[in-house]
Ligand binder design. Structure first.
Ligand code: KIV
Ligand code: ZN
Length: 498
């Protein structure tokens, strides 16, 4: 299988993402991880932009030896000299020269005629060739460039010594079938013997990956991309998505990359951490939900056979395992399996009760965590006598009202209702429970703790109550702390009465 070269530009185009700037040490850390990932080329930066950038590229050139290290330069001698200097310690250096070629850029940005652009391109490539063999040329905004002029400038660049020609979709405006045709047409018009044809796609219409893959189908040899798809504006083609598409579709591409896919997740987290750009949860391949399943039907399928709902083995991209998220859509199979992993085996009737309680909690919380399950287990397994059960609770409280509780308790089939005022909503609850049950207790201690994370966390109430000469400890949990307080007190009353 022929190889497709992966040119990573996370440290150049990726770093052009608003707010993503990296220190030289951070750039080196990412470059080292990119080398572990086994990318073929690392574009380490644009040396002319700052002295820190030169320092970073020099350090990467000194320490990262396996991939080619590239630096970007305009068709200006000063840029090329600066780039050569920054790369002078690289084992395999590449100068990447670019010049805009579209009518729009020529007229409004460069204010130069086509002839001058042709001359500058050829002249500067020839100049660079005196010092370095590996030269890449990019006609910037190629996809909006007149096709005849594009072929003319690409031919001139090859004649002057370019060894890679990169076709950028600079503003992310092209469509896959159009890009595929453009690449085929270029290959018909120009001889690319000993010259690699590369593509560089931006994601303004969300098509950077699709366009790059269309170009590979048409015979491109190199794809330029970034980790997590970061980059100028809407970003560049995402490395992980490109690589996994090529790997999973040999029937289409019949090509391979050298990427060690098990490193993908690690490099994604590293880039996100160092640039401060979060990875969206539903991001393909590396998003936190990419291998998470919540729907009961899906969880059931995954537990029976992973491939029912996963086309990639998470381990292949460096993710430890799939995640079954416990929430309101989860089914009994996933829950039973999860409890088994936690070391619990419930009897059928216990599990039925557990499942009902789980669904009640899941309706109130987005995600149910192991701590929540432990609390439900307490409730289900403890078999505390249920003389009185909480049916209804209403509290009115505020800085200008007397806290009042109205409570309904169920005893056998009878519903008993009462209300009382108190020093606070919890005190009002406890007084009301005493009035209904007739069981008098003295609260010795009360503590409230959030036991799960997030705004919708469960609150656990632990209390110590003295009934006559007996001290009883009780606890309960709920997403509503007043309900948890009432339930804990009722548990203590039930224990005392029993
Ligand atoms: O998007 C672009 O055109 C570029 C070039 C410098 C290759 O980043
Ligand atoms: Zn770009």
């Amino acid at each position: 299988m022929d190889k497709i070269l992966i040119f990573d530009t996370t440290l150049r185009d990726g770093e052009q993402s608003p707010g993503a700037s990296l220190t030289p040490e951070q750039k080196l850390t990412i470059a080292q991880q990119l080398a572990r990932l086994n990318v073929d080329i690392i574009e380490a930066g644009y040396p002319t932009s700052s002295s820190g950038e030169i320092e970073a590229i020099r350090e990467i050139s000194r320490k990262v030896k396996k991939p080619i290290i590239a630096g970007l330069a305009r068709t200006v001698r000063k840029d090329i000299d600066c780039c050569l200097k920054a790369l002078d310690k690289a084992s395999k250096p590449r100068v990447h020269i670019f010049c805009a070629t579209s009518k729009i850029h020529l007229k409004y940005k460069l204010k130069k005629a086509k002839e001058e652009i042709l001359r500058l391109t050829a002249e500067n490539i020839r100049y660079a060739k005196k010092f370095i063999d590996d030269i890449e040329f990019s006609p910037e905004d190629a996809t909006r460039t007149d096709f005849n002029f594009l072929t003319e400038i690409v031919k001139a660049a090859i004649e002057a010594g370019a060894t890679t020609i990169n076709i950028p979709d600079t503003v992310g405006c092209i469509f896959p079938s159009q890009f595929s045709k453009l690449i085929r047409d270029l290959k018909k018009k120009i001889s690319f013997v000993n010259v690699n044809l590369s593509v560089h796609c931006h994601n303004d219409l969300g098509l950077a990956v699709a366009n790059s893959l269309a170009a590979v189908e048409s015979g491109a040899d190199q794809i330029e991309c970034t980790v997590n798809g970061i980059g100028e504006r809407a970003g560049n083609a995402s490395l992980e998505e490109l690589v996994m598409n090529i790997k999973l579709h040999p029937e289409i591409f019949n090509r391979r990359t050298n990427i060690k896919t098990e490193e993908l997740y690690k490099v994604s987290r590293l880039v996100s951490h160092l640039t401060g750009i979060p990875v969206q949860p539903n991001k393909a391949i590396v998003g936190s939900n990419a291998f998470a399943h919540e729907a009961g039907i899906h969880q059931d399928g995954i537990l029976k056979k992973r491939i029912t709902y996963e086309i990639i083995n998470p381990k292949d991209v460096g993710v430890k395992e799939s995640r079954l998220v416990l929430g309101k859509h989860s089914g009994s199979h996933a829950l039973e399996e999860h409890l088994r992993k936690m070391g619990y085996h419930l009897k059928k009737e216990e599990f039925a009760k557990f499942f009902t309680r789980f669904k009640q909690i899941a309706d109130k919380k987005k995600e149910v965590f192991d701590e929540d399950l432990e609390i439900i287990l307490d409730e289900v397994k403890k078999r505390i006598p249920q003389i009185w059960q909480l049916e209804y609770i209403h509290i009115s409280s505020g800085n200008k009202t007397v806290p009042t509780a109205t409570i309904k308790l169920k005893k056998n089939k009878e519903i008993l209702e009462d209300s009382a005022c108190g020093d606070g909503p919890v005190d009002a609850c406890y007084k009301t429970i005493e009035r209904i049950t007739g069981v008098k207790g003295k609260l010795l201690s009360y503590s409230l703790q959030a036991i799960t994370s997030g705004k919708d966390a469960l609150g656990e109430v632990n209390i110590k109550v003295k009934f006559a000469k007996k001290i009883i400890i009780a606890r309960a949990a709920s997403t509503d702390i007043i309900e948890a307080s009432a339930k804990a007190y009722l548990e203590a009353v039930n224990k005392a009465a029993a």
